[in-house]
Design a binder for this molecule. Structure first.
Ligand code: NAD
Length: 469
């Protein structure tokens, strides 16, 4: 009997127990072990690359090329960056020792939390499961991943890659939906990393609170996009169209709605139409480069939004294919569902503005979004917008791309999430930063520290603090 079959029979509680035992064995604390296992993971993904692409196509009609660009590509980049820097990230960080602790030395050591639960969504089902995994492995943890049940093909191939090749005590995939996730949440974890919507995010946070378990919550929201009159309109349209309609808008940080300066409205709308036609042809529903909506529930939800405003372009749909055209929706009321819920689909509500202050006021009247985009050549407008709004991240004069950097944390703020990851930020996310002070063995002590607190010490201590702190 292979270990896979044995694992299939194992109860969740048993797998979690195995992981706790594995972590306690201390194996994952060895940097060479971590490096070897990350390299092994890299090779396995290369080996199964075609199967991953097929699975993503089956789940989302995701074109193979797009899967390479937004699913496996970022994963390989994360691995490469991690392997390049892991030794320096894992090294103790020597910090100055204060005068009062002299003689002595101080350092911060990054130690693995231990047992990690990664809960992933369906929209980038491979990347959003395996990228956090890389960080968690690099930091020396044991990991259980729970992919989304709504992308079953990708979930199955990830399970195959992991469960057939790694010790179940080290890293393991558990498939399932709400029931399995809740069973997992009943266990005690050292860290929970969740990606998905804010409603479920609250459930995860509550479950974590029971044991004061730290969390990262990678959530979503309505990410505003603003096009000022001085922007290169054609370029802006091309970049907005890419960020909005890649994965058919089912991207957590896709532009959710758009504000365009009144003077640039007609030009931008024409340019957006041209950009859509250039990317997906006159009938996007039949384009092999255009993804489908994940399931009927989301498809019907999105179809409902089409009635919320005036359709300037698109609006057609196909019930068989579960596809909805890239759609430009003008002046939907702010209280309509398309403007009160995260769209997470191919519909783009558009509004005009006269001055940037109006936009800032609107953005600030809503929850803090995961991302925001601004197209303008004016650094004064850029600074004004940046200084007066808040969001998880920002790309100026493009969309989505700030997520692609290993040098910057990716995450939300407020309603769009807690914490961030990628590159060193992943390593730090999955590490406890332990402060270590090593006092010298010499019997040299500051006598002011110890009682009895004799008269006159107060002034002496105050003078010292003033002088040295
Ligand atoms: P989803 O329905 O796949 O849910 C996410 C995960 O939570 C799944 O693994 C699912 O099984 C689990 N889950 C669902 N209901 C649960 C419950 N009641 N109890 C416990 N677990 C439960 O994905 P979704 O929530 O539809 O994902 C879409 C949302 O995710 C959007 O809001 C999007 O913006 C956000 N998102 C954020 C990021 C990011 O990186 N910040 C990335 C992708 C998606």
């Amino acid at each position: 009997m292979t270990s896979v079959v044995m694992q299939a029979d194992m109860a969740i509680s048993q797998i979690v127990k195995n992981q706790k035992d594995f972590f306690r064995s201390g194996k994952t604390k060895d940097l060479e072990f971590r490096i070897a296992e990350i390299k092994k993971l890299n090779k396995l993904v290369q080996q199964y690359e075609q199967d991953i692409y097929d699975a993503l196509y089956n789940d989302l009609n995701k074109p193979h090329y797009e899967s390479m660009m937004v699913e496996t590509g970022p994963f390989y980049a994360e691995i490469k960056h991690t392997l390049k820097h892991i030794r320096e990230w894992a090294a103790p960080e020597i910090v100055p020792t204060s005068l009062f602790n002299t003689p002595g030395s101080s350092k911060i050591i990054r130690e693995p939390y231990g047992n990690i639960l990664v809960i992933a969504p369906w929209n980038y089902p491979f990347q959003l499961t395996f990228s956090p995994l890389v960080g968690a492995m690099a930091a020396g943890n044991c990991v259980i991943m729970k992919p989304s049940e709504h992308a079953p093909h990708t979930s199955a191939i990830m399970k195959k890659i992991i469960n057939e090749n790694f010790d179940s005590g080290y890293i393991h995939v558990i498939e399932g939906g709400v029931k399995e996730t809740q069973e997992l949440l009943n266990e005690r974890w050292d860290y929970i990393f969740y990606t998905g919507g804010p409603e479920v995010g609250r459930i995860i946070y509550q479950a974590a609170a029971k044991h004061l378990t730290p969390v990262t919550l990678e959530l979503g929201g309505k990410s505003p996009c603003v096009v000022h009159k001085d922007a290169d309109i054609k370029l802006a349209a091309k970049r907005i169209a890419w960020g909005k309609w890649i994965n058919s808008g089912q991207t957590c940080l896709a532009p959710d709605y758009l504000f365009v300066h009144i003077d640039a409205k007609d030009k931008l709308i024409d340019a957006l139409k041209n950009a859509i036609i250039h990317a997906y042809g006159n009938e996007p529903i039949h384009s092999s480069d255009y993804c489908k909506i994940i399931n009927e529930k989301h498809y019907n939800r999105l179809k409902g939004y089409l009635n919320d405003g005036e359709i300037l372009f698109g609006g057609k749909f196909d019930d068989e294919k579960l596809k909805i055209e890239p759609t430009l929706l003008f002046n939907a009321p702010f209280h309509s569902t398309v403007m009160t819920e995260e769209i997470f689909g191919p519909i783009l509500p558009i509004y005009t503005y006269n001055n940037i202050e109006e936009v800032i006021e609107f953005v600030n009247s809503r929850e803090k979004p995961l991302a925001t985009y601004l197209f303008t050549k004016s650094s004064a407008i850029q600074n004004k917008y940046l200084n007066n709004t808040s969001s998880g991240g920002v790309t100026i004069n493009d969309t989505v791309l700030h997520i692609s950097s290993s040098e910057m944390p990716f995450g939300g703020v407020g309603e769009s999430g807690i914490g961030g990851y990628h590159g060193k930020f992943s390593f730090d996310t999955f590490s406890h930063k332990r402060s270590v002070l090593i006092r010298g063995p010499q019997p040299l002590d500051n006598f002011l520290r110890f009682p009895p607190y004799k008269k006159g010490r107060m002034n002496l201590m105050k003078a010292l603090l003033k002088r040295f702190l």
